[in-house]
Design a protein around this ligand. Structure first.
Ligand code: G5P
Ligand code: MG
Length: 216
């Protein structure tokens, strides 16, 4: 589908709720540019930039990185996407980040993936990621064609350092205390759309119908 106007969306949801998985389906179907704050930070860690080295322990411990750091990073990337439609994944994650985004751009819609915490814990320990692109796999749900290798590049997959059971628990806590208030923020603006479920394949058709209507 070709978008008829510039469309700006945010996908929210707890760690492991399927934001990355849904984002790749949205970009394939609707042609938005996907920007993931987590992928951006992991890219910096991999490239051993000053910022990456500074933020690594924060991320490995399951804590959020400081608001000003991530806001600056994302907003400067968005500047490159002037007049393009985009989908933000993992940003904003605090009310202060949402306010920073609001100061510069109008967001058309916020999709919230409402997936129970119990479902999430099981998923994350069996996740494998192609770090350069952010493509995600799961041993049970969407295994790669060749075990341990990315479908597109054939490069090796890795497990994220923050996918251990203890760190996942800390990430879920950070989500409850710091990110859930962002849902209220967008609800009060009338742009929050909630999609509840335990399976991405069942949530996806609802998102597809919703976005098809929204983007025409
Ligand atoms: P990230 O990278 O933003 P999280 O914790 O928000 O990380 P995460 O872990 O990337 O989110 P996701 O994208 O929501 O999860 O989920 P996913 O990867 O698509 O799916 C998870 C797994 O489940 C995959 O293996 C997938 O294949 C599988 N799966 C999907 N659907 C199904 C299904 O229906 N069934 C089954 N069985 N499996 C399924 O952030 C990381 C860190 O970066 C920092 C923080 O430190 C954060 O902890 N950070 C920020 N800090 C401050 N502010 C920000 N804005 C920040 N952004 C990132
Ligand atoms: Mg993700």
């Amino acid at each position: 589908m070709v978008l008829q106007r510039v469309f700006r969306a945010v996908v929210m949801g707890p760690p492991g709720s399927g934001k990355g998985t849904i984002s790749s389906r949205i970009t394939k179907s609707f042609g938005l540019t996907h920007l993931s704050s987590g992928d951006l930070l992991r890219g910096n860690i991999k490239a051993k930039t000053d910022l990456g080295l500074l933020m690594k322990s924060c991320i490995d411990n399951g804590q959020l990185v400081p608001d000003d750091v991530i806001s600056r990073l994302i907003l400067s990337d968005l500047r490159r996407l002037e007049n393009k439609s985009w989908l933000l994944d993992g940003f904003p994650r605090t009310v202060s980040q949402a306010e920073a985004l609001d100061g510069v751009y109008n967001v058309d819609t916020v999709l919230n993936l409402d997936v129970p915490f119990q479902t999430i814990k099981e998923r994350l320990t069996s996740r494998w990621t192609h770090l350069p692109s952010g493509r995600v796999y799961n041993i049970d749900f969407n295994p790669p064609k060749v075990a341990g290798m990315d479908d597109v590049t054939g490069e090796p997959l890795a497990q994220r350092d923050d996918d251990t059971p203890e760190t996942v628990t800390r990430r879920l806590k950070a989500y409850q205390t710091q990110t859930e208030p962002v849902l209220e923020y967008y609800r009060s603006k009338g742009i929050l759309e909630v999609f509840s479920g335990t399976e991405t394949n069942k949530i996806w058709p609802h998102i597809h119908v919703f976005l098809s209507k929204k983007t025409t």
